[in-house]
Design a binder for this molecule. Sequence first.
Ligand code: HEM
Length: 179
Amino acid sequence: MYGLVNRAIRDCVVEQFGEPTWLKIEEASKTDPSHYVTMTSYPDELTFTIIGVACEVLDVDSTTLLRTFGRHWVLNTANKEYSHLMDFSGSDLRTFLLNLDQMHEQVAITFQNLRQPSFSLEESDTETLLHYRSERSGLTEFVVGLLDGLAEHFNEPLKVTLVSSRLEGADHDVFRLQF
Ligand code: HEM
């Protein structure tokens, strides 16, 4: 993944646990600042190694870490560094989710090797389902954190329930959203 993602993990850890804790994670994961250059694309394994080591050093499970990172991504990384894209993509949660793929298409103009996820809403009279498709697995809880962050960003209540899981053999993850 792009160094932007690795750098955001570092920023999230530094903000919440302090620089000395991050330096322990760097040491244990054998990484250094050359591994989080924003516009450089790194193997996904690097990002997953950093996440795994961070869980060990911080003594938290991956669900907690990925959700925390998801919220941080929206409320800090996206809001502070890409506010134009955030503003452009909608002024309420539902509209924003409908435009998410288009937003990543915009991101891909700059990040040309982007392997972006895809999100689609399936709406009926009784429920709203969010389909999350990705060539990667293991990021389901990151998406939950992102959705929590978006709910906070738009100041809208949101309950997220995973109703179909790729880990359990489904084609992709599906979340029920209750606004
Ligand atoms: C405007 C701010 C955003 C920017 C600049 C951005 C950019 C990126 C980048 C660079 C990646 C790494 C992909 C790669 O290296 O191949 C990524 C991944 C991802 N983004 Fe965004 N993104 C933004 C907002 C969002 C939001 C609001 C969501 C909310 C759902 C989201 C969901 C994801 C997910 C789930 C991934 C993980 C990749 C995967 O599932 O395969 N992004 N994004």
